[in-house]
Design a protein around this ligand. Structure first.
Ligand code: NAP
Length: 320
């Protein structure tokens, strides 16, 4: 059993920023990487809104830089998947890959969120054969082909605009007649002459020829009629699910699964000594810079908790 002052779960902008701050505070953090080291930014291309990079920076490069910065100050990284946690008493217990056990005085949860799926027949079994959740990863494979993007939020608009670089024809399928996306993103998509729209239309099933995707069966919500939109590629861009299932109900979450922090001024959860930062606790902003900012807060909260020097009463978390 290895014992650590701080264990950080996840390596997106929140986890890596927490690692930089915790390492610089001599807390020698252990960072558990999860199944997507670097998080969601590793599957994006240009990041143009992270301060400090006037010409933008590639997502994977930004994450690699953050990781190097954390390592430089002494953060240790462990490749693995957290399979169980025990927050019933301190030190907290973290099990990685069902076998390795770690003790921690404080834990920072920064496990982010994963792409949501439609849950329709033919969808998951055709991931990699025409169904994708990542335009920047897979768009290239659909050069000169027909593409459908499902969703009405900013992600769907962004993916659709990006995919018009490759598609011969691109259609956005959205279940309502109005979009959820911000005005600027909507305008960008609406002004893109390559994008066609199928609004008020619900996806029913993914059609294939046995080997690859050939169409998306949809229902017109007004008439109830079903038909097949022919396509070679279906990009599902309907939001994300916070990665909190592994917590086994020990940390309070909202109905969607986002961790609810018990004090808006800190990153405290319902368990004193367990802190949450980044997308796993943010259903609203979900930006790299807000995740990084909350990672900094979580490391500072953990440091003060371990020192016992904060005027904050962490046990308040339990009574709220
Ligand atoms: P989102 O805002 O939650 O939108 C999800 C979309 O998918 C909604 O239109 C929703 O339909 C639809 N949807 C959800 N479940 C569905 C289902 N089972 N079947 C069919 N459609 C379904 O998620 P997001 O677009 O990923 O954006 C998340 C956050 O990230 C937002 O705050 C957004 O502003 C931000 N973001 C920003 C940028 C940017 O500024 N560059 C880019 C991407 C994301 P309904 O509308 O009917 O609910």
């Amino acid at each position: 059993m290895e014992k650590r002052k701080v264990i950080i779960l996840g390596t997106g902008p929140a986890g890596l920023t927490a690692a930089i701050y915790a390492a610089r505070a001599n807390l020698e953090p252990l960072v558990i990487e999860g199944d997507q080291p670097g998080g969601q930014l590793t599957i994006t291309t240009d990041v143009e809104n992270f301060p400090g990079f006037p010409d933008g920076i590639l997502g994977p490069e930004l994450m690699e830089n953050m990781r190097k910065q954390a390592e430089k100050f002494g953060a240790a990284f462990l490749s693995g998947w957290v399979t169980a946690v025990d927050f019933s008493q301190r030190p907290f217990k973290i099990t990685v890959d069902e076998e390795k056990q770690y003790d921690a005085e404080a834990v920072i949860i920064s496990t982010g969120a994963s792409a949501k799926m439609l849950g329709i027949p033919g969808e998951t079994e055709n991931i990699g054969h025409g169904v994708s959740t990542c335009a920047t990863c897979d768009g290239f494979f659909f050069r000169g082909k027909r593409i459908i993007v499902v969703g009405g939020g900013d992600s769907a608009m962004e993916e659709a605009n990006f995919l018009t670089k490759f598609a011969s024809e691109l259609t956005i399928v959205h279940r309502r007649s109005t979009l959820r996306a911000s005005k600027v993103m909507q305008d960008r998509a609406r002004n893109n002459s390559k994008i066609k729209w199928e609004l008020d239309t619900t996806p029913i099933s993914v059609q294939t020829d046995g080997a690859k995707v050939t169409g998306l069966e949809v229902k017109d919500n007004q008439t109830g009629e079903t038909r097949v939109l022919e396509t070679e590629g279906i990009f599902v861009a309907i939001g994300h699910q916070p990665n909190t299932a592994f917590l086994g109900g020990q940390i309070d979450v909202d109905p969607v699964g986002y961790i609810t922090r018990t004090d808006p001024l800190t990153t405290a959860t319902n368990i004193p000594g367990v802190f949450a930062c980044g997308d796993v606790a943010d259903a609203h902003y979900r930006q790299a810079i807000t995740a990084a900012g909350s990672g900094c807060q979580a490391a500072m909260d953990a440091e003060k908790f371990i020192e016992g020097s904060s005027s904050h009463d962490w046990s308040l978390s339990l009574s709220k």
